[in-house]
Design a binder for this molecule. Sequence first.
Ligand code: ADP
Ligand code: ADP
Ligand code: ZN
Ligand code: ZN
Length: 757
Amino acid sequence: MPFASAESIRVLGAREHNLRNVSIEIPKNKITVFTGVSGSGKSSIVFDTIAVESQRQLQATFPAFVQNFLPRYERPHAEAIENLTAPVIIDQKAVGGGPRSTVGTMTDIYALIRALFARFGSPSTGLVYDYSFNTPQGMCPDCDGLGVAITADPNKLVDRAKSLNEGAILLPGYNVGSGDWQMYANSGRFDADKKLADYDDAEWHNLLHGSGGKVELSFARGTWKANYEGLVDKFTRTRLKRDTSGLSEKTREQIQRFLTEGVCPSCRGARLNPKALATKLGGRTIADWTRLQITDLIEVLGEIEDPAALGLADATRIALQRVADIGLGYLSLDRATSTLSGGEGQRLKMIKHLGSTLVGMTYIFDEPSVGLHPRDVGRLNRMLAALRDKGNTVLVVEHDPDVIQIADHIVDVGPRAGAHGGEVVFTGSFAELKQSDTLTGAGLRRTFRVKETFRTATGTLTVANAKAHNLKDVTVDIPTGILTAITGVAGSGKSSLIRDEFLARYPESVFVDQSAIAASSRSTPATYLGLMDPIRKLFAKATGEPASLFSFNSDGACPECGGRGVIITEIAYMDPVTTHCESCDGRRFSDRVLALTLRGKSIADVLELSAEAAVEFFPERALNAKLRTMNEVGLDYLSLGQAMSTLSGGERQRIKLATQLQNTGTVYVLDEPTTGLHMSDVDTLLTLMDNLVERGNTVVVIEHNLDVVAHTDWVIDLGPDGGKNGGEIVFTGTPAQLLADQVSLTGEYLRRYKSAA
Ligand code: ADP
Ligand code: ADP
Ligand code: ZN
Ligand code: ZN
């Protein structure tokens, strides 16, 4: 054994998912990187075995009352897992936190800034809570501190092409002749035959916001004098400001149609009340501070001279510097966390922990290089090393050789994916891994090649005057009929250009990203790819039973668990407890259905087949072709019946791609498709993209992976840096031309990569 037992985490006989009796030792207080092809079992070891058991044991130490509020972890399938330390899991799941969470609140830096304003601002209120948009003392009363306001949209309330007599008011209940309609038509303020489009400013204001005076309204039973009130004001008072909880779902939906969400007009998005916004420090309000990009805010802090304030200012600067050091200096503290990318969120979570003084933890990272330009991987590596050097154990699942090389210890999982994986095929150092005959070893020895011949574009899709976020009035042509890479450091504006500007202009494009597929726990690759109908029909034909029987959503379901495979027990005052269904052994079907077979396999057996095995099992043309698409996108190891909710982001992206492979003449936009992809699988991806192009499609790929960039026909590089220092096009041309470009950072790293290869 290479490590003394107390100094290492020990896993014995792990069998979670595809793991085949895995036993390993992981040194404590070191960086261990887990490598291996996608689907080999890295996450099954790190997340589903080590992390789950750590969380489970940690939770067992809490009082029973507290445990009731926490998620329940089932004991992982392993003989023993020993010497664990408290886990901190830093993954790419959305940061969450709701609409009140910002970069400032999430990192706790906003609390430091509030303290600065409370103590040293002028005029100061003296209380830190007065500067919080999440407390009644500080929040803008009109938007409750959200910075956005839901208001009535005049353009939705009326049809300007009509006059009042023609029914210009679109609100329900305001039809011509009704009491509500008379309020305006009989007010004497308007010519009821004049089209609203012809109203002058005074009439328009009168209609929407006028007040004062009475209008006589006549009804069948008599007349009634009512106070005049503008249409928007009335709608807001009666429909928006009052408690809407008593309204029916339908009425609420109706109201929704007339609303628009925009920046709160009272605080202009600053979220705070006027009293908080009156305080200034260094000539700026607290909202001005949080709007600044972090690198600029660091400079503003440097301008503080009051000796009493220096301590707090320094603490704030150090915290901000940590954010800048990891390459997120282009963010601002007021940025809502809900708008951050997975990689940005993960790096922010990391910063929180770097500031922590807890030691002896196990930090677990899921591909932290996601979204990082090669330039910034070095910063990430320094952060990982800093965590280790503080006295923590760091476990990282990663594909990027630049991160793998800083490992103290490497565990390579394989040899391949799914049923062909699940073993530890190598442990040792980076130098040893490079010599090894595993797929990862071979990947590290791969030769890097920049393409020499390039396809010519068949046309262009122009994006003119793009200004979203940091884009500086950019105009660029995206070539059609070829493969184009969009590159640039994080925050340079790639997503702003492609997601916000390009897709808005060319909405018929197909955007393939890693976001969740709206899916229930009952959806699987087989349902998503439309395989279930043909499969059920084959079973029906072979058995003489109705096709519907072969669905766990209907007649064929296991009667005990209703087709869930698990039994959910509700206990008073407690979270529902989920247990494995003994009756069907998690297979979801009734015994009767499980006894019916097609070519020797039951429907449950078929759902357990990997895509690769299913291609052999189903020679039927149409079905076979659909199954092959899973293999083409590199998901041959995935079983047909695995819940979609358990797929990784990269797997989700590839399965979305699988449904698209038969199209022609389509524009595809892929957002970092190498996420979760092993070096040896990059070739599969490149072939896939080439095939899409050869079939007459246009492929645009946002990507940092230099193997992918070097393989494209055209590169559009954004920069030069992130945030306000980015937002320009620094280079357009072929990868060969990029190699010679002296300005682009991507060009520089392409050269380095080439000479290292
Ligand atoms: P990696 O992290 O190396 O990409 P995983 O550990 O995620 O690999 O997957 C290993 C195998 O286990 C794959 O065949 C995958 O489809 C399967 N698997 C992963 N998660 C689940 C799950 N929740 N249920 C069933 N099978 C799973
Ligand atoms: P990239 O895709 O190259 O990483 P982005 O387009 O995401 O860059 O970001 C470019 C700039 O726009 C950054 O300063 C970023 O903080 C800002 N930005 C991106 N999305 C938003 C958003 N939803 N709200 C405010 N600012 C944003
Ligand atoms: Zn407001
Ligand atoms: Zn059951």
